[in-house]
Design a protein around this ligand. Structure first.
Ligand SMILES: [Fe+2]
Ligand SMILES: [Fe+2]
Length: 152
């Protein structure tokens, strides 16, 4: 199904998040960020977290999820789980320097990748189904892709 125009900017952010996640995993191709040291990758994660993930989570938590909650029991459960994952991602960023950096980066990359894929493959299609096109139109223009809104 084609993504509703109101949430296309979130999918745009997801594309960037997947590129980041890929570069953090142990088997990452040694190009771009993937070729950098663990220390440099940690810096990149913290920077992306502050400039991209925090505003992205806010768009989901403040704009999208409130519109979707309370309409369908299964969807409510999905959103509850996704919010738990946001908290897990926040805690993982805070703990990135605790212990083995390469292990932490690998785990964070997998966590972020799984989160994005769950939203793209399961949550967003369900939101589109339950909320419907007309109600999602309310959000048109309200959610702006983070890279576009920050000029980065
Ligand atoms: Fe999310
Ligand atoms: Fe997301």
């Amino acid at each position: 199904m084609k993504r509703h125009s109101a949430i296309v900017p979130l999918s745009h952010d997801h594309h960037h998040a997947l590129i980041l996640a890929q570069a953090l995993k142990k088997n990452a191709p040694k190009i771009g960020l993937g070729s950098k040291s663990a220390e440099e990758k940690v810096e990149a994660v913290i920077n992306s977290y502050n400039t991209e993930l925090i505003p992205h989570f806010n768009h989901e938590e403040v704009l999208l999820f409130p519109l979707a909650l309370g309409k369908d029991e299964e969807l409510d459960k999905m959103i509850h789980n996704i919010l738990e994952e946001h908290n897990k991602i926040r805690r993982s960023v805070e703990a990135l320097r605790d212990g083995d950096l390469e292990e932490n980066l690998d785990a964070f990359g997998k966590l972020l990748e799984n989160h994005v894929r769950t939203e793209e493959r399961v949550l967003f299609p369900k939101i589109e189904e339950v909320v419907g096109e007309e109600e999602l139109n309310i959000l048109n223009g309200q959610i702006i892709a983070v890279k576009d809104s920050c000029g980065i």
